[in-house]
Design a protein around this ligand. Structure first.
Ligand code: SAM
Length: 243
């Protein structure tokens, strides 16, 4: 049946994503710095600045992986606040937990293995949810956006940092060449895994562009949705509110 087919396809994507992140977990941070020339740090800083997160708040770092956001958020929310690092992948969570402990990020952080499509939290729990380079990997994005909407408090906001569509053509061409030719080679050299970085390039190509993602967020219930193009649209930051 059609339904049966969809179920099979879904399992395949989930399995592939699991394989990719089990494979790259140990070298994930190094690869981010190499492949983005360190620029991912600027994108992440900008996201924090747009998040409006304050002392005492409860924040979800969803698909948080090795915890770059959790480290920053933990400092901002302080002892009276809480950060939850949630990720579907046990290897990424383990590398993240180890890194954050070594950085002294303890006390106000919890780790939860969870699928963004069905979050194991009560309604109206979080002041802010950040999903950074994560939504692209989720099989049912609409379901994930609804699930995020549910766990946000009224007045809470979602920030989606994700690869997007470069805003001018010449850049698109260079970028495509970079993604499909350079990325897998660097993946081969550093983690001995070109396939994971071929998946990365393909998943970026397939991901909805700026305006479609905005519509998807509105469809899930978010209001005042807007986005910022970063590095000429190679990445976009979308923000929406639950009222
Ligand atoms: N947020 C981190 C960052 O910005 O560096 C990590 C991003 S990493 C590219 C993507 C993460 O999404 C991986 O750790 C992966 O395990 C996680 N992920 C993939 N599918 C997921 C899902 N359905 N639910 C939760 N996490 C998921």
């Amino acid at each position: 049946t059609h339904f049966g087919f969809k179920t099979v396809a879904k399992t395949e994507k989930q399995q592939m994503v699991a394989g990719v992140f089990h494979s790259v977990a140990e070298k994930y941070d190094l690869m981010n710095d190499l492949l983005s020339f360190g620029i991912h740090r600027i994108w992440k800083r900008f996201t924090i600045d747009c998040s409006g997160v304050r002392k005492g708040q409860k924040v979800l770092d969803l698909a948080g992986g090795t915890g770059d956001f959790t480290a920053k958020l933990s400092r901002i929310v302080g002892r009276t606040g809480k950060v939850i690092l949630a990720d579907i992948n046990s290897s990424m969570l383990e590398v993240g937990r180890e890194k954050l402990r070594n950085l002294g990020v303890v006390g106000n952080v919890d780790y939860v293995q969870a699928n963004a499509e069905s979050l194991p939290f009560s309604d109206n729990t979080f002041d802010c949810v950040i999903i950074s380079f994560g939504l692209r990997n989720v099989t049912d994005k609409d379901k994930a956006l609804k699930s995020i909407f549910r766990v946000l408090k009224p007045g809470g906001r979602l920030l989606v940092l994700e690869f997007s569509k470069p805003i001018f053509d010449p850049l698109s061409k260079i970028y495509n060449f970079y993604s499909f030719n350079i990325l897998p080679k660097v993946g081969e050299i550093i983690v001995n895994d070109a396939d994971s970085y071929r998946y990365l390039a393909e998943s970026i190509r397939m991901h909805p562009n700026q305006s479609i993602l905005k519509e998807m967020m509105e469809e899930a219930g978010f209001e005042q949705v807007n986005y910022y193009n970063l590095t000429a649209g190679i990445v976009a930051l979308h923000r929406g509110y639950k009222f």
